[in-house]
Design a protein around this ligand. Structure first.
Ligand SMILES: *Cc1c(COP(=O)(O)O)cnc(C)c1O
Length: 473
């Protein structure tokens, strides 16, 4: 399998060539040249596989530069009941008739990002050892991504993590999770500023190509293809649990921000998984809902991006969205020309774009529908799910469930992806149902551990210096 860029660079690259990369050199995102097709016989064979072996089968279709035995070992080391809480890894929980939650948040940081990040940790360590290289991962986080990255990379050989977070602005839970890590390769830098200051510093450091090369700076952001690929697996796992034969269809509802999670569902559907609808749910930051209803994509500035009670979906610009547009336009050289125009000059000069009516009409054949959920919707959904089903859900999952209920079809199970657990967002839960979720077992004891973090001013120069002084062998 080779990979190409959504903006036309077709230099043949294998999976391991792009594993440690961010954007393609032309500014596009990497995608496979084609989506392998999964036939009914293969689906039947996969039905009975354990999650780790299912992951191995799916990854094998996209990775031909890691020996099969090694890849299988990495998958089995990642997806264990010990790390993810159950043998099923992503079990279904029934709600009202025909509606299920698919639990993706039973990993170490209680959010679905663990599903991909834990595998990424294994793949990075393996590939760096094979090359005899090191990598210094630099990131900015307001909470979920940083903790998932740190728990995936802690103790891994050849990898150090430098994670910037806004000092005093993460939730107490997130601070306890990240700052209690005692691993020598994890560096928490609490920046005196807001999240945007952290992100600006990461950009400034990454734009210094000399520094980036000499210090071997890398990232783990959501455009990484390996992260997307890891997420494809649970769509198959959910389908197998909700159906008994391959002539049945299911739909998925996905709380969306950067379009990474639902893009993996799109990939699964392109491979032939019988998905009726991919229901995209946004919060008040509904740039994507707007696109799927109107064909116009208008990313917003930081100033227009609202702070909501489902903060992991508070994005202005959906970083993975370009992948879907490239596929919608035909996934070929002509599509790359148009994608390059839309996400290059059109975005830069017009601040957005509108696809043609003919292009817009194709969206239906990709199964996408969408909707927006507000703070009031989240509270009402959390409350009704608690009162009627006795199930406590978090604010992001509530956005998904709210929009899912608008798109139910008789006879088609609806799987709502549970992207985080309630204790991460306890204040909103209390607002909805008048009680706080019990603190998770994962947190027990963390509070009493010494905290490891360094407070720094929002200075690019000082943070570069910190990295330099902590990477000297
Ligand atoms: C990251 C995140 C999302 C959004 O996922 P995308 O892949 O960015 O669309 C939704 N919910 C939670 C809890 C998250 O952490």
């Amino acid at each position: 399998m080779k990979y190409l860029s959504t903006r036309g660079d077709a230099t043949p690259r294998g999976f391991c060539d792009i594993l440690l990369e961010g954007l393609a050199p032309d500014g596009g995102l990497y995608l496979p040249t084609h989506y392998p097709q999964v036939d009914a016989a293969t689906l039947q064979r996969w039905r009975s596989l354990a999650y780790a072996d299912l992951a191995f089968e799916i990854l094998s279709l996209y990775i031909d530069d890691i020996p099969a035995a090694d890849l299988q070992r990495l998958c089995r080391a990642t997806y264990t009941a010990e790390v993810f809480g159950t043998e099923a890894i992503t079990p279904l929980k029934p709600l009202e008739a025909g509606v299920y939650l698919q639990a993706l948040s039973n990993g170490p940081t209680l959010a679905f990002k663990d599903m991909a990040m834990q595998l990424l940790g294994q793949l990075f360590e393996y590939e760096l050892a094979r090359r005899g290289e090191n990598l210094n991962i630099l990131g900015a986080t307001s909470g979920d991504t940083g903790s998932a990255a740190e728990y995936a990379m802690r103790g891994k050989r050849g990898i150090r993590v430098f994670m910037l977070s806004p000092h005093g602005r993460m939730s107490p839970f997130q601070q306890a999770q990240m700052f209690s890590l005692q691993d020598a390769n994890i560096h928490n830098i609490a920046v005196d500023g807001v999240f945007d200051d952290c992100q600006d510093i990461v950009k400034a450091v990454s734009n210094d190509l000399g520094f980036k090369r000499s210090q071997r700076i890398g990232t783990v952001n959501s455009i990484n293809w390996a992260r997307m690929l890891a997420q494809v697996v649970y769509y198959f796992a959910g389908y197998f649990q909700a159906t008994s034969s391959n002539d049945q269809q299911v739909s998925f509802a996905v709380p969306s921000g950067n379009f990474g999670n639902i893009c993996a569902g799109h990939v699964a559907r392109q491979m032939g998984l019988p998905i009726a609808q991919l229901v995209l749910a946004t919060n008040e930051n509904n740039v994507l809902d707007e696109f799927f209803r109107t064909g116009a994509y208008r990313p917003r500035g930081t100033a227009e991006t609202l702070e909501t009670s489902s903060p992991s979906m508070d994005i202005s610009k959906a970083s993975n969205f370009e992948r879907f547009v490239f596929d919608l336009l035909g996934h070929d050289a002509k599509a790359a020309d148009r994608t390059r125009h839309l996400f290059g000059p059109a975005l830069a000069s017009e601040g957005g774009f509108r696809i043609t009516d003919v292009e817009f009409a194709r969206i239906a054949s990709f199964g996408f529908v969408s909707g927006t959920s507000t703070h009031a919707d989240r509270l009402a959904t959390i409350r009704s799910t608690w009162e009627q089903q006795g199930v406590m859900i978090d604010t992001h999952t509530a956005d998904g469930l709210k929009v899912a209920r608008q798109h139910l079809r008789a006879g088609v199970p609806m799987l709502v992806l549970e992207t985080a657990l309630p204790p991460k967002f306890a204040d909103a839960i209390e607002e909805a149902i008048g009680q706080r979720p019990p603190p998770p077992a994962a947190l027990a004891g963390l509070e009493s551990l010494p905290r490891r973090f360094t407070v720094m001013p929002p200075s690019v120069a000082q943070i570069k210096q910190y990295i330099e002084s902590h990477t000297a062998a």
